[in-house]
Design a protein around this ligand. Structure first.
Ligand code: A3P
Length: 317
């Protein structure tokens, strides 16, 4: 870890340059308040602290990268907009889930004011750790849904994503596992990210709903019903009789979304300044795919590290 110099090449004060930097991934990460971030996002997160105006009816969808962001975006969008759209002619049949819910810390076309123009109630996604939320968001009492996932599957998913997005395998897989295990990964330490949201969800269950990808895969209808209730738009008895929760599950399922022409073709989604092929967000959508990429021994080692880090808490990842 090297300390940066306090001024940048223009001689002006640059808060980023004061942060510890570490190389290893395709770009160096900076350590900001105990989290490893890409410099660009660290800068945006700092800026949001002073500029973001939260609304009490905002809905925040928070995840570690590759833990089910695309899925929770689709589900929350479908649930909260279900009176506006019919399933047969639904926006998700034409638009990528990543596009219907913007990321808070990834400005669209560099425009930080975009989210200010959205009508209430806003759906906003973030990979930000809870402790880095802008004060206005932390204190406005709005609802947050957090999705976590088995770190082994998240890491494997990230590895594939990176190799597709930057089109090169710049980091050896074993090195990636080692860095991840040290807590040195994008938005890492992974377990700290989960733990912050977990603690808050236990303390304030009306404010944070803590979900696991694996549970949702096992019983999607149950979790869609729970999600709707948490978001303040519970399904009516009539809706449940009419099978609306099942419709939501079906529309947002990996099989359905990944099979749509619009999500398969070379069409691209813009996330900040990155242009990413739509299909890259749909790989396998399976629980436990890590066994096809990691040895049992590597998997056990990572499990032990995570267990050790979470010792004394009742969170199990
Ligand atoms: P895999 O790489 O294991 O297949 P994120 O959306 O946070 O970037 O996470 C991407 C992961 O979620 C990928 O996992 C992807 O295949 C999976 N995924 C995408 N859409 C999904 C859906 N509708 N249901 C379940 N999993 C989905």
């Amino acid at each position: 870890v090297m300390e940066g110099s306090a001024t940048n090449s223009h001689g002006t004060d640059d808060p980023l340059s004061k942060l510890p930097t570490r190389e290893g991934w395709s770009e160096p990460l900076v350590l900001y308040k105990n989290y490893w971030l890409r410099p660009r996002f660290a800068a945006t997160i700092m800026r949001l602290q002073n500029t973001f105006e939260a609304r009490h009816d905002d809905i925040v969808l928070a995840t570690n990268p590759k833990c089910g962001t695309t899925w929770i975006k689709a589900l929350a969008f479908t649930i909260t907009n279900r009176s506006r759209y019919e399933f047969g002619n639904h926006p998700l049949l034409f638009r990528h889930p990543q596009e219907v819910v913007p990321f808070l810390e990834i400005p669209r076309d560099g425009d930080m004011t975009y989210v200010e123009t959205l009508p209430s109630p806003r759906l906003l996604a973030t990979h930000m750790p809870l402790s880095l939320f802008p004060d206005s968001l932390a204190s406005c009492g709005c609802r947050t849904v957090y999705v976590c996932r088995d770190p082994k599957d998240a890491l494997v998913s990230w590895w594939h994503f990176k190799s597709k997005v930057i089109r090169e395998r710049s980091v050896d897989f074993e090195a990636a596992v080692n860095m991840f295990s040290e807590g040195f990964s994008n938005y890492g330490p992974f377990w700290e990210h989960c733990l912050e949201y977990w603690r808050e969800s236990v303390a304030c269950p009306n404010r944070i709903l803590f979900l696991k990808y694996e549970d949702m895969m096992l019983e999607p209808i149950k979790y869609v019903i729970r999600l709707a209730t948490f978001l303040g738009v519970p399904f009516s008895i009539k809706e449940e009789e009419d099978g609306i929760p099942e419709e939501v599950v079906r529309l947002c399922s990996f099989d359905k979304l990944s099979s749509l022409d619009t999500n398969q073709t070379g069409d691209q989604v813009r996330i900040g300044n990155l242009i990413i092929e739509k299909s890259v967000f749909f790989r396998k959508g399976k629980v436990g795919d890590w066994v096809n990429h990691m040895s049992q021994e590597m998997g056990r080692k990572l499990d032990c590290i995570v267990e050790e880090k979470l010792k004394g808490t009742d969170l199990v990842l």
